[in-house]
Design a protein around this ligand. Structure first.
Ligand code: HEM
Length: 520
């Protein structure tokens, strides 16, 4: 650039120069220009060669993979998903229509494999659960945000994961999850939410923050034996951070796939901050428990784990794993359930006939306004069907949580290589007209047979399936049922209009919108 300016300056002041001098300058300029062009052509050829060589080198790794759009060198199909305004859900829908049951997207050099068919997903996640139940561990951002790779329940693998998961499930069951003993704790939070609704006196209110607090408190009761005050500033900070973290889709952060970018972006900073806040707080809560621990008086999950970790079946529950398992269960369980409750409110506001039918059923079974119990679910079938339909229509994790591959294996005639990341395309299956006729219609009765009994629960994939499926499914379903039934028992949900477009981060959420609760 400086050379060009120099030439221009010289030419501008050259009117008084002799012609031979002007020709000399012209020739020099042309030579310099052609050198520059030569250089840039060389650079271009060099870059093109590198891209071509890179492509040829990576070509064999694509052999045998499920089909998919043509990947560019270096970027793969990344740009297609990250173009400004790209509609991720829409793009995946089009790809499913084009390629069918299974397709591959190359993200950088990694094959992301999406399974779009119910039977194939059952084969992959259940029958081949032996090779497809890990979490992928080659993600830079995931590695950065963990204190140590592969700890806790949600991100560990192999034997430690099996043990952490088994012990966590046993502890939750022993502490009454899915049983009568937990009902009281859930009802306590239900009543707080009903009070908050009552305080609005029919004014519009955005319920999500209250729902997150209530569902977090249910888990808190299980984990720490106590609930937080809704105004507790530390609790609020914790929930704020968790909300921020679940809004970031850290799987698709460019730093995962393009190592150079790691020096320029701090994309993972928000999540690290969240985990640091949560971990520090949980450290304190665990320390309190350790001080007051009495093996003959087990109060909660933390006590149970403190007891179990001295036994041979709990040896993987070291301090770090224990803390991370608690963080995992706490963070996986509050936002997800609250988001589904939020969708339930939105669907009631937009489907008054469905709401009316739920309320008629609730009135008939709960009679004079007694509190709901978990056992009522068997009789409140249309109400349960409405919850199932909401989970189908707006799954919190529309593409599941990624699975890693322990060793290369065959699926549907394709090779699923060890470095692949496998996703369940829950959205595609939940919208498959062969499984759910007219999938675009919100219709709870699709979950009822001709006798009015619930049918086809195994078509619902919102909690995933196989050995890695959601650890909190029973608790989540219990909460959804008790909160939803209680709200409709006393209030009718209304709204002028509701935008039902999901907002996709690591999980999918609804837009925060106010609804009105009309006292019945
Ligand atoms: C509506 C509510 C919920 C939905 C839709 C949901 C959905 C999911 C999904 C799709 C997965 C990934 C499964 C897979 O990798 O294949 C998952 C994992 C998990 N969920 Fe949930 N979840 C919900 C509530 C809860 C609750 C209440 C808890 C805690 C009590 C919880 C704890 C977990 C944990 C710990 C995992 C990781 C399991 C593992 O890696 O082994 N979830 N959940």
């Amino acid at each position: 650039m400086a050379t060009f300016i120099g030439i221009l300056e010289l030419n501008r002041g050259s009117s008084s120069l002799r012609p031979s001098r002007s020709i000399e300058i012209c020739v020099t300029s042309v030579n310099m220009l052609s050198t520059l062009l030569d250089n840039s052509t060389t650079v271009l050829i060099f870059v093109a060669t590198i891209l071509l060589v890179w492509y040829v080198i990576t070509l064999p790794s694509m052999r045998g993979l499920p089909p998919g759009p043509f990947p560019l060198s270096l970027f793969g199909n990344f740009l297609m998903l990250r173009m400004p305004g790209a509609d991720f859900i829409g793009i995946l829908k089009d790809l499913k229509e084009k390629y069918g049951k299974i397709f591959t997207l190359k993200i950088g050099s990694k094959p992301f494999i999406y399974i779009n068919d119910l039977k194939l997903l059952q084969e992959a996640f259940v029958k081949r659960g032996d090779v497809l139940s890990s979490r992928p561990h080659n993600f830079y951002v995931l590695k950065k945000i963990e204190e140590k790779a592969g700890v806790g329940v949600s991100l560990s693998n192999g034997q430690p994961w099996k043990e952490l998961r088994r012990v966590s499930l046993t502890a939750m069951r022993d502490l009454g999850v899915g049983k009568k003993s937990l009902e009281e704790k859930v009802l306590e939070e239900v009543h707080v939410v009903l009070d908050i609704i009552g305080q609005q006196r029919g004014k519009p209110v955005a319920m999500k923050p209250w729902l997150v607090k209530a569902t977090s408190n249910v888990i808190s009761s299980v984990m720490f034996g106590s609930r937080f005050d809704f105004n507790d500033p530390r609790f609020n900070l914790l929930l704020k951070r968790l909300g921020e973290a679940t809004s970031v889709n850290f799987l698709f952060m460019p730093a995962n796939f393009f190592p150079l970018l790691r020096y320029f972006t701090k994309s993972e900073a928000k999540i690290i901050k969240t985990l640091a806040t949560t971990s520090a707080y949980i450290k304190e809560l665990v320390a309190d428990h350790e001080e007051t621990f009495d093996p003959d008086n087990i109060r909660d999950f933390v006590d149970l784990v403190l007891k179990m970790r001295n036994s041979p079946t709990g040896r993987h529950f070291n301090d770090l794993n224990m803390r991370r398992a608690i963080v995992d269960i706490f963070s996986a369980g509050s936002e997800t359930t609250a988001t589904t409750l939020q969708w339930l409110l939105y669907f009631m506001a937009t489907n008054p006939a469905v709401q009316h039918r739920c309320q008629a059923e609730i009135d008939e079974i709960l009679g004079d306004g007694r509190s709901v119990t978990h056992a009522d679910k068997e009789k409140l079938r249309f109400t349960e069907a409405t919850i199932l339909e909401t989970l189908r229509y707006r799954p919190v994790a529309p593409f599941g949580i990624p699975h890693g591959v322990d060793r290369s294996f065959e699926l549907a005639g394709y090779t699923i290589p060890r470095d692949a990341v496998v996703f369940s395309n829950i959205t595609a299956i939940h919208n498959d007209p062969n499984i759910f006729p007219n999938p675009e219609i919100f219709d709870p009765s699709r979950w009822l047979d001709k006798n009015g009994d619930i049918t086809g629960r195994d078509r619902l994939l919102s909690f995933s399936l196989g050995p890695r499926s959601c650890l909190g499914e029973i608790l989540a379903k219990m909460e959804l049922f008790m909160f939803f039934t209680s709200i409709l028992q006393f209030y009718t949900v209304q709204a002028q209009s509701v935008d039902l477009t999901p907002v996709l981060g690591f999980v999918s959420k609804g837009k925060d919108q106010a609804v009105v609760f009309k006292k019945r």
